[in-house]
Design a protein around this ligand. Structure first.
Ligand code: KIV
Length: 289
């Protein structure tokens, strides 16, 4: 049965029929991995708007309000210019549009790196203004103290290692990481450090497959792969990528739909009907004299 929604205009909240299940929580996601094994893989997709969240919610364990919204929604060249205001606005929309999946909001570049205190101020603002369940931040050993500081003060943290897009200016691009033994060791050390600091899950992005498998074995919390390995404890994709919204999509992305074509055909049909005056009119009783 498909879900329908009635919008309560006073709260902007869309109430689904049939009634949804209870929202998943962060300890429940962490506990999916027991003694190094995850029976039920963790399903995560990005969401940036209330309507997108409504459509994805029932199918996902986690919705990620990724800072990839910089490129996907705002047409920015990278996630570096994304602000805390943007993350709060989109995070609140996704929480309003979801009932079942736990919502994780990315901390944008510049909002958490300078100190654990700065990270706490930014993350607590995100939690208060959006109602989300957890935040995500990029980095390994250098961020371990911050991850511990936040988790010990009531803020669940998802880590992100390997290809960390906010560091594009240091990494020099978006190529897969961990090809050399030294780099692979460093990335495993990063994952271990933030897992020990209390991260409930770790995104492993853009690393060679044996490294993703090694990280998944090395940490007690679930790993969520993107361009990594099917052997991770879960997977995430940028929803607009897997829906075929862009001309260029990373090679590892499986495209499940071709929405760009569908939208462009619909717009072309509409434009043609407006121009040749076959656009449907409204039946009316008034007759001009
Ligand atoms: O910003 C984002 O969408 C992400 C995912 C790609 C993991 O960080």
């Amino acid at each position: 049965m498909s879900t329908t929604y009635v919008l309560d205009t006073s709260t902007s909240r869309a109430h689904p029929t049939p009634a949804p299940m209870k929202r998943l929580n962060i300890p429940g996601i962490r506990q999916r991995k027991v003694d190094g094994k995850t029976e039920l893989p963790v399903v995560m997709l990005t969401a940036y708007t209330a309507r997108q969240a409504q459509l994805l919610d029932a199918h996902c364990d986690l919705l990620l309000v990724g800072d990839s919204l910089g490129q996907v929604i705002y047409g920015l060249p990278s996630s570096v210019p994304v602000t805390l205001d943007m993350m709060c606005a989109h995070g609140a929309a996704v929480v309003r549009g979801s009932y079942h999946a736990a919502v994780v909001v990315d901390m944008p570049f510049g909002a958490y790196e300078s100190s654990p205190q700065q990270a706490f101020e930014s993350a607590s603002r995100v939690l208060k203004e959006t109602g989300c369940d957890a935040i995500k931040l990029e980095g390994g050993v250098a961020m371990a103290e911050t991850v511990a500081f936040l988790t010990q003060r009531g803020i669940p943290v998802m880590g992100h290692v390997g290809l960390t897009p906010q560091a594009v200016n240091v990494l020099g691009g978006y190529n897969a990481r961990g090809r050399s033994a030294a780099e692979a060791e460093k990335i495993i050390g990063d994952a271990r450090a933030i897992a020990e600091a209390g991260a409930f899950a770790i995104v492993v992005e853009g690393v060679v497959e044996p490294l993703a498998v090694a990280i998944t074995k090395a940490v007690p919390c679930p790993t969520i792969g993107i361009g990594a390995s099917a052997q991770c404890d879960g997977q995430v994709l940028v929803t607009d990528d897997m829906l075929g919204m862009f001309e260029r999509t990373p090679r590892f992305v499986k495209i499940y739909e071709h929405l760009a074509e569908t939208i462009s055909t619909a717009a072309a049909n509409y434009a043609a009907e407006v121009r040749d005056r076959t656009f449907p009119g409204v039946e009316q009783t008034y007759q001009p004299k």
